[in-house]
Design a binder for this molecule. Structure first.
Ligand code: F6P
Length: 339
């Protein structure tokens, strides 16, 4: 563990929470840049649980070869309940001391960063210092301090590919599809995907649903415009696709088919955007540690990368940009047809 002036000699890197395409690219960037700076890198497996149980692997430049293109995370991931308690974190502190870690780069979402901050504070109370750096990675894109998080673009593309395929069969059978996309409590994924597939209707948690206005009337308008197949995209945080399909059946009499791509949206080879963002963020995380700037989150703000104080960043909220919803409405209002 480091003090303000101590040289950074050894760092840990971990992935935590739901996996996201591009996490491997971020791990690679952290390891490669650290090694090039003469810093030893230890991969902590299974997120914070691995720090508790001393589950680690030494990483060198070649251990991260050929992973930039791979989805998932070579370090495995987990959501650790034990780490949320002081006693669990005390065990993790034991591992940090045992391994002589000067810093940790934690790749994940808000929960991952809250864990990192709690760990760093607990160590500080004991008169030591461990610099933690967060890299945003979640397909939900719901991290308050960062406009973008690694994995979102790939997940959008995956969901779009699924829906494009659905469209073929919905068109042939002149049916209505209700597709539930992930996103936890946020509607970013649903709105981007819905806009990109030209959906008849998109339901997101950020906009209270008026079923008549947002679903029934949109399908009716589409029908009046000559369309005979309809695509309704629903964010998991806005409701269940099965319930929505039942309601459509009750109110309009058509018989929708439900598709839930589920965890497929979390897999797959990362897109160019996710590889590039992960590479930049991983590099910046190491540079931030080298500058002895501890407890920071690497974030996208105003179109560029920056590092933010972790405590402050965790209080930030992102205003959901409804302008895309306005665009979607404008583009479906005229004919409400699936493009
Ligand atoms: O946070 C990523 C995410 O995929 C959410 O979109 C989803 O609600 C959740 O994780 C699913 O979690 P689990 O993998 O535990 O089923």
């Amino acid at each position: 563990m480091s003090d303000q002036t101590k040289e950074i000699k050894r760092i840990g890197v971990l992935t935590s929470g739901g996996d996201a395409p591009g996490m491997n690219a971020a791990v690679r960037a952290v390891v490669r840049d650290a090694v090039s700076q003469g810093i030893e890198c230890i991969g902590i497996r299974r997120g914070w649980s691995g720090l508790i149980s001393s589950d680690f692997v030494r990483l060198d430049s070649s251990s991260v070869s050929h992973i930039i293109n791979r989805g998932g995370t070579i370090l495995y991931t987990a959501r650790s309940k034990e780490f949320m308690d002081e006693a669990g974190r005390e065990k993790a502190i034991g591992t940090c001391k045992l391994l002589g870690l000067d810093g940790i780069v934690a790749i994940g979402g808000d929960g991952t960063f809250r864990g990192a901050l709690a760990l760093s504070r607990q160590i500080a109370e004991q008169g030591h210092k461990l610099d933690v750096i967060g890299i945003p990675a979640t397909i939900d894109n719901d991290i308050g301090c960062s406009y973008y998080s690694i994995g979102f673009d790939t997940a959008c593309n995956t969901a779009i590919e699924c829906i494009d395929k659905l469209r073929d069969t919905m068109q042939s059978h002149e049916r209505c599809s209700v597709v539930e996309v992930m996103g936890r409590h946020a509607g970013y994924l649903a709105l981007y995907v819905g806009t990109a597939v030209g959906a008849t209707a998109v339901l997101i948690p950020e906009r209270p649903v008026d079923f008549e206005r947002d679903v029934v009337e949109k399908i009716r308008r589409a029908r009046l415009a000559g369309t005979t197949h309809y695509m309704v995209v629903v964010a998991e945080g806005a409701g269940s696709a099965f319930e929505i399909a039942d309601r459509i059946h009750e109110e309009i009499g058509i018989d929708p088919r439900v598709t839930v791509p589920g965890h497929i949206q979390r897999g797959g080879s990362p897109s160019a955007r996710d590889r590039e963002t992960a590479s930049r963020m991983g590099y910046m995380a190491v540079q931030t540690l080298l500058a002895h700037k501890g407890n920071r989150i690497i974030a996208v703000q105003g179109g560029r990368l920056t590092d933010l104080d972790m405590e402050e960043a965790l209080t930030m909220t992102k205003t959901f940009d409804m302008s895309l919803y306005t665009v979607l409405e404008a583009l479906t209002n005229g004919g409400a047809r699936l493009v």
